[in-house]
Design a protein around this ligand. Structure first.
Ligand code: F0G
Length: 458
């Protein structure tokens, strides 16, 4: 028989986790104002809140921590990281930042002004936040297939080229500082963008003289999907695929907490010297000197190794296929999830899961709370609470998809954990008709409300 894949690592250190009772969890979630962000981690058994900064580092990364050079300027750890970024992305200029949104802050401070339009496949919430904070507008040009969780389109992260060109046609080019392509597209369900689409977007951008930047948090997972699903790439090494798609862009912002395989870090990388010079000033202002930008020397060293490991095929196979293993298991119970499975997470279709809960009562949040109470697993709402209010009308925005994301940390949980998670979902699914009321907001922040929102049961 053909041998299955197996993790290209063994476990050297373990961290105990503890389960709790349903009664305890009912009490805790009430005390947390029904906001899963308010739970302390000791009250969570399996934490699927995010795959961001929650993964395990390798022994090679830990040894790099010991070699960290903490010099304020020009440290060897910085040089190591700069060289790795150049090797993997091809981008000439590089600015470290403390995480992804900081990279957005630095780059957007240099490029985005009031009244601008920033199109993309589907902006992540911090990206949208940084655009809207500058009184500019983020426009999603998502392909329509992405909104139907049952369609098995291989590249649901693709941009709709007609929508994108329509934006280009009706907006003067001075008002479009750049296009953002998010790889993989988190908001659309961890869905990849094809090389063909990246190529076409790049050509369109060149025609209208608009720069193209990647939000590259999960670029390696995107490359894995290209290798598995796109003709002509099946024999290409992951690193070559990454280099190829980055070559279609002018730069990137990176949250290294994902495909950098570190717990904290980020960067901006780009080709244009003018933009680099502008961004550099904001980097110094917001992050730190340009050779550390909010990161320790040791963290830059670990990131340099992490980027190398994350772009290895055997690692990516075990990573993405573990997510798919969970997806298959959940689907086998008849539970509706975004198809095909995302690279970093399974997105459960909450509207289909809980048809009795109207969206005004936050369907996905209701489901996330039920999953916590049932089995101590912490997912995250990717729905109406996250979508926030329209900045002009202040009305709730109802996104096309109302889902609960079960994000899988990298190299952290085993397949037994995946089986446990699937069983929790099944138990809640079996009693879905008894869940008949949701939640209402009692307190919310004016922007990015999901982190601190307080809710009460209706
Ligand atoms: N872009 C994407 C696509 C992201 O998913 C994130 C973070 C960021 C940018 C911001 O990076 O957190 O390092 O500041 N996503 C996390 C998540 C928080 O849970 O999906 P950051």
């Amino acid at each position: 028989m053909e041998l299955p894949y197996a993790e290209p690592f063994k476990i050297k250190m373990v961290e105990p986790i503890k389960n709790s009772t349903k009664e305890q969890r009912l009490q805790w979630i009430k005390e947390a104002n029904y906001n899963l962000f308010n739970l302390t981690s000791d009250k969570v058994f399996i934490d699927l809140l995010t795959d961001s900064g929650t993964g395990a580092m390798s022994d090679r990364q830990w040894s790099e921590m010991m070699l960290g050079d903490e010099s304020y300027a020009g440290s060897s750890s910085f040089i190591k990281l700069k060289n790795t970024v150049k090797k993997i992305t091809g981008f000439e200029y590089f600015l470290p930042t403390h995480q992804g949104r900081a990279a957005e802050n630095v780059l957007f401070s240099a490029l985005v002004k009031e009244g601008d339009i920033v199109p993309g496949n589907s902006h992540f919430d911090t990206t949208k936040g940084h655009i809207e904070f500058r009184k500019a507008k983020a426009v999603d040009c998502t392909i329509k297939e992405a909104f139907d969780t049952t369609i098995n389109h291989p590249f649901k992260g693709n941009l709709d080229l007609t929508l994108l060109e329509a934006v280009f046609k009706k907006t003067p080019k001075e008002k479009i500082p750049f296009v953002v392509v998010t790889v993989t597209c988190n908001t659309a369900g961890g869905q990849p963008v094809s090389m063909e689409n990246i190529k076409a977007v790049s050509a369109l951008c060149k025609k209208y003289e608009i720069p193209l930047y990647f939000d590259a948090a999960r670029f390696a997972e995107n490359a894995y999907f290209i290798k598995k699903r796109e003709k002509g790439y099946e024999h290409k090494p992951i690193k070559e695929i990454c280099k190829e798609f980055f070559a279609y862009g002018d730069g990137m912002t990176m949250s290294a907490k994902k495909d950098g395989l570190v717990n904290m870090g980020g960067f901006v990388a780009l080709n244009n010297e003018e933009v680099f010079k502008k961004a550099m000033v904001f980097n110094i202002m917001f992050e730190g000197f340009i050779t550390y930008g909010g990161m320790n020397g040791r963290d830059m060293g670990a990131l340099s190794v992490g980027l190398d490991e994350a772009t290895e095929y055997t690692y990516l196979e075990s990573r993405v296929e573990q997510v798919a293993f969970l997806g298959e298991k959940i689907t086998s119970y008849g539970i509706p999830v975004q198809q095909p499975f995302g690279g970093h997470a399974i997105f459960v279709d909450a509207t289909k899961f809980l048809p009795n809960i109207p969206r005004e009562q936050f369907t996905a949040q209701t489901l996330a709370i039920e999953l916590y109470i049932e089995g101590g697993i912490r997912g995250v709402e990717i729905g109406t609470i996250l979508a926030d209010r329209d900045p002009e009308t202040r009305e709730n925005r109802y996104p096309e998809l109302e889902s609960v994301r079960l994000a899988i940390p990298r190299r952290t949980y085993t397949d037994n954990h995946m089986n446990y998670i699937a069983a929790v979902l099944k138990n809640v699914y079996d009693k879905r008709n008894e869940i008949i009321s949701g939640y209402q907001i009692v307190d919310e922040a004016p922007i990015m409300r999901h982190f601190t929102v307080k809710l009460e049961k209706i």
